[in-house]
Design a protein around this ligand. Structure first.
Ligand code: COA
Length: 259
């Protein structure tokens, strides 16, 4: 598919999505949101895609936030609608049944930090910087950031970042558990793809169930332990479980089909 604001490339079943507005540090405007919404549908529907990476174009930024130029003149209802649309799209990323990983290659501020947190985990380059600077504008995050930041780094650390608007470097982000790994800028995509090649070799339905059950921890309407029992049981109805057990007993590598 073609997108106005995204570059995409599919290689070894991994879709790399590059947000492509480097002259505006890849800020999230309406068009980027529309494209992100459509690319999630592509990930869900295309069986060739086993997982995806989201990154930013250029050497400076992953995403430097929501596009501030679209904020002027919004009334309260319009602002709420904007937040709802952003939340809905980011929730689709978080709930996607295929892994979507953020490769954070520079500034991940405001909506950029929120986008990275909606991804299943984050790998960052040494020059990455994270922050929720909305308070500098008299704002708070609106795309799930107040919730996911607390989930990922704890309430005290999250409130310090939210209330101060401070940026943190990757060393601090790693210490807080916001990023899993730190790489050089040159090796960021290669290392992210290498992690995904391991994940892509596993049983896709089991991988999907990992995402679903982990997300249930933060979903008050779902009992995560009950869901785990159900998903554990569902695995026993798959061809891939039979293949996984046979391969183990026959001392060979399993070949999973996602069935
Ligand atoms: N929305 C709209 N445009 C943005 C943007 C955003 N969130 N972040 C950066 N840009 C634009 C700048 O306006 C500038 O455009 P111009 O060349 O037409 O003037 C361009 O991207 C480059 O940014 P610039 O500020 O010149 O780069 P810098 O290296 O001096 O500073 C940042 C980088 C990230 C510190 C700075 O751009 C910044 O503070 N951005 C806003 C971050 C933010 O508050 N995000 C949360 C929004 S809710």
């Amino acid at each position: 598919m073609m997108y106005k604001t995204l570059l995409t490339s599919l290689e070894n079943n991994v879709l790399t999505i590059t947000i492509n507005r480097p002259e505006k540090l890849n800020a999230l405007n309406k068009e980027v949101f529309t494209d992100l919404n459509n690319v999630i549908t592509e990930i869900e529907k295309n069986p060739e895609i086993k997982s995806a990476i989201i990154t930013g174009a250029g050497p400076k930024a992953f995403v430097a936030g929501a596009d501030i130029s679209e904020f002027g003149g919004l009334n309260k209802d319009e602002a709420m609608a904007l937040a709802k649309r952003g939340q809905d799209i980011f929730l689709r990323i978080e709930s996607c049944n295929k892994p979507i990983i953020a490769a954070v290659n520079g500034f991940a501020l405001g909506g950029g930090c929120e986008l990275s947190m909606a991804c299943h985990f984050r790998i960052a380059s040494e020059n990455a910087k994270f922050g929720q600077p909305e308070v500098n504008l008299g704002l708070i995050p609106g795309y799930g950031g107040t919730q996911r930041l607390v989930q990922l780094i704890g309430k005290g650390n999250a409130l310090e970042l939210l209330m101060s608007g401070n940026m943190i470097d990757v060393t601090k982000a790693k210490e807080l558990g916001l990023v899993n790994n730190v790489t050089t800028a040159e090796t960021l995509l290669e290392q992210t793809r290498s992690i995904l090649s391991v994940i892509n070799s596993k049983a896709p339905l089991a991988v999907a169930a990992c995402i679903k059950t982990a997300n249930a921890v933060y979903d008050e309407s779902t009992n995560g332990y009950d869901l785990e029992i159900k998903e554990f049981g569902n695995c026993f109805a798959t061809e891939d479980l039979k293949e996984g057990i046979s391969a183990f007993l026959e001392k060979r590598k399993a070949s999973f089909k996602g069935k």
